[in-house]
Unconditional design. Structure first.
Length: 281
């Protein structure tokens, strides 16, 4: 099993440096399980980029569902991420229902349909990013209850808002809208305008709203995370990067098309370390 966990760790290190570093603050015996969970999530989020047809992605998600259900035993044995995930499910233990909910949420990423309302945006964030946060927290020993839910819900929305702001231009280039249509309409913008490649005043104002929403949820998440046991908090450490990404997205007058939103790895690493000095005490 060590080879499967090692593979998962390397996948996360290569493709999601922030979560890789955040996991280093967790208890050593729990890190392999975290890396297995994160590698699994990377498999799901990468489907849209690897597969041209949504149907192919749906079939792959069904394969994962059957693996989690206990079928596809021989195929799963030959897949290091599947082996690592199943070990995490057995050792943590993790809720299969939550994993199935994550599969359903990631399926929407295979399609270009925009999210209509802020409420739907929040629900989707909870089902996708929130499911991963919830599972990671349980790997680190979190108990089921209102304290965990109070941290997961705002944390997932804060991350989703930051991601929507940072990825707006990249998604627009693919003909996709990363922010809720309700927020666009609030400022008189349309989906066609959002994918037009030009920062109109309405688009700039809508993105400012998304960033404000993200910071509001970040503050709620931060306060809730600090109420959790210290051993559980590394599952949420990536949330500490939300203000950094939102601040960077606000540069250039909030014009998402002027330049890609990039933050040097050392700066993100420094932000994680700095947050750990207060969040993990």
């Amino acid at each position: 099993m060590d080879d499967a966990f090692g593979y998962c760790q390397q996948q996360v290190k290569d493709n999601d440096r922030d979560r890789f570093l955040a996991a280093l603050f967790a208890a050593a015996d729990r890190r392999p399980l975290l890396y297995a969970l994160y590698a699994f999530d990377l498999e799901l989020t990468g489907l849209a980029g690897r597969l041209r047809e949504p149907l192919a992605g749906e079939m792959r998600l069904q394969w994962w569902r059957e693996v989690i259900e206990g079928a596809r035993t021989e195929e799963a044995a030959g897949h290091p991420v599947a082996r690592g995930l199943l070990a995490a499910v057995a050792q943590a233990p993790l809720s299969r229902d939550t994993l199935f909910g994550l599969l359903d949420a990631r399926a929407s990423g295979l399609y270009d349909d925009p999210i209509a309302s802020v409420a739907q945006f929040e629900v989707h964030a909870g089902a996708s990013t929130g499911s991963v946060l919830d599972l990671a927290a349980r790997i680190l020993g979190a108990d089921d209850g209102p304290a965990l839910n109070a941290a997961v819900a705002p944390a997932s929305i804060a991350i989703a808002c930051a991601d929507a702001a940072v990825r707006f231009a990249a998604e627009a280039s693919r003909g996709r809208v990363s922010v809720p249509l309700e927020i666009l309409a609030r400022h008189g913008a349309t989906a066609a305008e959002a994918t037009g490649g030009r920062a109109t005043p309405a688009i700039v104002a809508a993105l400012a709203d998304v960033r404000r929403l993200g910071l509001e949820y970040f503050e709620a998440a931060r306060l809730a995370i600090l109420q959790l046991p210290v051993a559980v908090r590394p599952a949420f450490l990536q949330v500490s990067l939300v203000p950094l990404f939102i601040a960077r997205a606000a540069r250039s007058g909030g014009d998402p098309f002027q330049a890609p939103v990039t933050i040097a790895p050392w700066r993100r690493q420094w932000a994680l370390w700095r947050a750990s000095r207060t969040w993990l005490r």
